[in-house]
Ligand binder design. Structure first.
Ligand code: ATP
Ligand code: MG
Length: 692
């Protein structure tokens, strides 16, 4: 592409950014206004006009995915060869290059996780912690290192920042000091150490600094509102006394303060770089006026000093779209079921699965959505989190439950018995009745175990006679479905990991007090950060936006929750009908367990209920139909690029082959064949059935 062509896709302010090819530039702008677009075009324009050669440019961002996105966009603009990296990747590269020259000897090993060394440090200090506490300690040490707080200053720094330490401050400081000592003795380098060391080498070795500064002379940083003090130091070391730096960011999207980041670096940019050109962008190219109005409404209520000073009202550029939809549900299962149904509807209307996202506040919320989407036949991908059934806490709990089932732990139970037995086993894995105080790993683990306890309650409500073996079978079935590799799918992601991204349709779920703002957001600043998270979420949507919450956690529970305070005054007056409520009642209304269609005995396991008979009851099965169904499923899943289980699970195919349905009504009776699947595949299945 020619240089002038690069400028054509920009509005006048974005163009001003691109044309300001030299000197310090700061772009302060709201979500979706084209900040990322402006900087990629600026780099392309500068390289195409010969202001700087592509090899001398370093574009920095915060996640590998964002770095990949930058590289892709630059390539598309005819500026390949530009380095686009995360701070860590850039530091690691420089360090490994200079290590033999300036330090020599064995280079340190990079520590992927602090936890093993933190564990040793705690032991050396004669302190004993569980796995989750160790993880919280590791995060706390990370915060201290990012904010350049030494162990001896830790207690004072905690007090000053108003943060809640994971355990006694004196103990944290001792473990921190010991961690540093052990790390040095063992020649290990953590991520913060890597940045610190790179800064030190650049500061202490003039020839190294000269070489690095010769290599890179043109710097661009995206999402600068979330830069932390350590990254800032590194950036300053790269720059030296030069000022070819362009930063872009949005103070209203600061969502990483808890790890030590601060928007002050962005807001004080002109103080640090006098003469910087400041450009503000206000036109929102991403979202419809309906979405933009809501985003403006949320940020309008922001109470922090920073937000008040830097209120940027977004001006929508796109054509009208649908109004954002607000939905209230009785419980979380109903909420997830209905979101899955609405996602399905969008797919049927032609929206691509990869253009839909479900965003939540904490990763533990994903399980309900993983299940609901799998049940509705909607493929999904998880971003930035382990799949629910792959989390260590969940894996451990499932192993324990399986062991207990094998040992016959619930010989005498009824519906209540199942719930109690499961809770008892989970207690052995660390589950408590009340959620633990504070943030971090302990809380996350508790949420995961609580989700399992919840599943047991759901199962007991559906089938009061279900026992522990049924529950374990159900978990295994879910795990199998959710472990299946997914291809193109709906994105499930936390609000934090959605930064910088965009989708045609976004569902913001679980918007209740206690989840957003999160229960442990105590200080006004922490609450404001939660509000910004909602703003980030809303502004990810191009066109369709759904916001929802559930009044109780579990079906049949007390409807005592309140929608997020951030929605006050923004939710339309008219109550939103919740179709899921009706469906749910119907589902729950099914009295007692389903009987075996062969012998009439009540069905005990999830698989049996799906088959509609006891596993060992004799049945006639149309084997030819089963084979034909399996072939057909392989074809359909390949054609639709979805995993096979999304079309029908094995148990459902088997049940179809056994009953050999002649009509759509008969097919609809088979568990696993909901309305959506009936509409989609009903005729094809009946045709196969007729042929055999
Ligand atoms: P965020 O704050 O969420 O990171 P951003 O300010 O970086 O957002 P971009 O991702 O660069 O915004 O742009 C948002 C969307 O608007 C993108 O799809 C982009 O291609 C489009 N866009 C931006 N500027 C223009 C323009 N001048 N003309 C057409 N489309 C544009
Ligand atoms: Mg961006």
């Amino acid at each position: 592409m020619q240089a002038e062509g690069v400028l054509e896709g920009l509005d006048p302010e974005q163009r001003a950014v691109a044309e300001a090819v030299q000197g310090p530039v700061c772009v302060l702008a709201g979500a979706g206004t084209g900040k990322t677009r402006a900087i990629t075009h600026r780099i392309a324009y500068a390289t195409l006009t010969g202001v700087v050669s592509p090899q001398r440019v370093l574009a920095v961002t915060f996640t590998n995915r964002a770095a990949g996105e930058l590289r892709g966009r630059l390539r598309g603009l005819g500026a390949p060869g530009v380095q686009a990296r995360t701070f860590h990747a850039a530091a690691l590269r420089q360090l490994s290059y200079f290590w033999p020259k300036v330090i020599g000897g064995d280079p340190p090993k990079i520590l992927e996780s602090k936890i093993p060394v933190v564990a040793d440090a705690a032991r050396t200090c004669r302190l004993s912690y569980g796995r989750t506490e160790l993880r919280d300690l590791a995060s706390e040490i990370e915060w201290a290192k990012v904010t350049q707080t030494r162990p001896e200053d830790y207690a004072a720094a905690v007090k000053l920042s108003g943060r809640k330490p994971p355990t006694d401050v004196v103990d944290v400081a001792r473990v921190y000091a010991m961690y540093e000592q052990l790390r040095r003795e063992r020649n290990l380098l953590d991520f913060e150490g890597m940045l610190e060391l790179t800064v030190a080498v650049l500061t202490d070795h003039r020839e190294v600094a000269a070489q690095v500064r010769e290599q890179y002379r043109y710097f661009v940083v995206d999402e600068f509102q979330d830069v932390n003090p350590l990254q800032r130091l590194l950036l300053d070391a790269w720059l030296g006394d030069r000022d070819d730096l362009c930063v872009v960011g949005d103070p209203n999207q600061t969502i990483y303060s808890f790890t030590g980041a601060s928007p002050d670096h962005l807001l004080d940019f002109t103080r640090d770089h006098p003469g910087a050109k400041v450009v503000k962008l206000v036109r929102d190219y991403r979202s419809t006026p309906q979405v933009v109005r809501l985003a403006n409404g949320i940020i309008d209520q922001a109470r922090s000093e920073t937000s008040r000073r830097h209120k940027l009202e977004l001006v929508a550029q796109r054509a009208d779209g649908p109004e954002p939809l607000f939905h209230e549900y009785d419980d979380e299962v109903a909420e997830a079921d209905d979101v899955a149904r609405r996602a399905r509807k969008l797919l049927d209307e032609g929206v691509l699965a990869s253009e839909i996202a479900v965003l939540y506040r904490i990763n533990a919320q994903s399980e309900t959505y993983e299940s609901a989407l799998a049940a509705a036949g909607v493929p999904y991908v998880l971003r930035g989190a382990e799949r629910f059934f792959e989390r260590p806490a969940v894996r451990e709990a499932v192993v324990r439950l399986r062991g207990a089932a094998r040992a016959g732990a619930d010989a005498e139970t009824d519906g209540l018995g199942l719930i109690l037995t499961v809770r008892h086993v989970l207690a052995g894995a660390g589950f408590t009745e009340e959620a633990p105080e504070g943030t971090g790993a302990a809380r996350e683990k508790w949420e995961s175990l609580a989700a399992l306890a919840q599943l047991a309650e759901d199962m007991a409500a559906d089938n009061p006679q279900a026992g522990l073996p049924d529950f374990v079978a159900e978990l295994e079935e879910r795990a199998a479905a959710q472990h299946a590799p997914t291809l193109e799918g709906v994105t499930l992601a936390s609000l934090h990991s959605a930064k910088g991204l965009e989708w045609d349709a976004v569902f913001l779920v679980g918007l209740v007090e206690g989840t957003l703002p999160i229960i442990y957001a105590d200080t006004p600043e922490q609450v404001e950060e939660e509000r910004r998270l909602l703003y980030v979420g809303v502004t990810r949507a191009r066109e369709h936006l759904g916001l929802s919450w559930a009044l109780s956690r579990s079906p049949g529970g007390r409807r005592s929750r309140r929608p997020s305070r951030f929605l006050d005054g923004l939710t339309p007056k008219t109550a939103t009908p919740t179709p899921a409520r009706v469906e749910r009642t119907k589902r729950q209304g099914r009295q007692g367990p389903q009987p075996c269609r062969v012998c009439g005995r009540p069905l005990m396991t999830a698989i049996e209920r799906k088959l509609g008979r006891c596993e060992d009851c004799p049945v006639e099965m149309n084997e030819g139909l089963l084979l034909a169904l399996k072939d057909w499923r392989t074809e359909i899943s390949a054609e639709q690029r979805v995993p096979a289980y999304v079309v029908f699970t094995d148990a459902t195919l088997q049940a179809i082959a056994e009953r050999d349905p002649d009509t759509l009504e008969e097919l609809a009776q088979i568990p696993g064949v909901g309305k959506v699947k009936l509409d989609k595949y009903g005729e094809a299945v009946l045709a196969l059935s007729r042929d055999r």
